[in-house]
Write a protein that binds this ligand. Structure first.
Ligand code: ZN
Length: 146
């Protein structure tokens, strides 16, 4: 079995990161309940009484998937948020200067959200804005920025 792992290069993880969280509000809306919004449904305002991944956990999974070869499977609602976070992080890293403070964060978040499609429901705009800001804050203004 000496040559089993030939060539002896550093191996990638065999699995992409997924949070495995799904939620559908009684009103039918699928979303990730955000601590930042008191876990309220963006559509009807009902509080989701569930344990959901934090934005910090979403960002951690997103960062772990940066550079993943090939498409990432979308299996649940947390994957949609994680992939959005991944696109935001990569986009800012590759083409823009990362925000250094809350004012720059606001400007960047507004620009990202203005490019989003809310044809499925305008009520999602505020929710998206909250999420985008929390992602940028977590990924660029907190911690080591790695
Ligand atoms: Zn609802």
């Amino acid at each position: 079995m000496l040559y089993r792992n030939w060539p002896l290069t550093k191996r990638r993880a065999d699995m992409s990161e997924h949070l495995g969280f799904d939620y559908t509000c009684p009103c039918g809306d699928k979303f990730l309940p955000l601590e930042e919004e008191g876990k309220k449904c963006p559509k009807c305002g009902m509080v989701a009484n569930v344990k959901s991944p934090s934005v910090a956990e979403v960002v951690k999974a997103a960062k772990a998937n940066i550079g993943w070869p090939g498409p990432l499977a979308v299996m649940d609602v947390s994957d949609r948020y994680m992939i959005t976070a991944l696109k935001i992080i990569v986009g800012i890293r590759e083409s823009e200067k990362p925000p250094r403070n809350e004012v720059e964060l606001e400007v960047k978040a507004r620009r990202i959200v203005s490019g989003m499609d809310f044809s499925s429901g305008e009520y999602n705009r505020k929710h998206a804005n909250t999420f985008v800001k929390a992602v940028i804050r977590e990924a660029f203004l907190k911690g080591d920025g790695s």
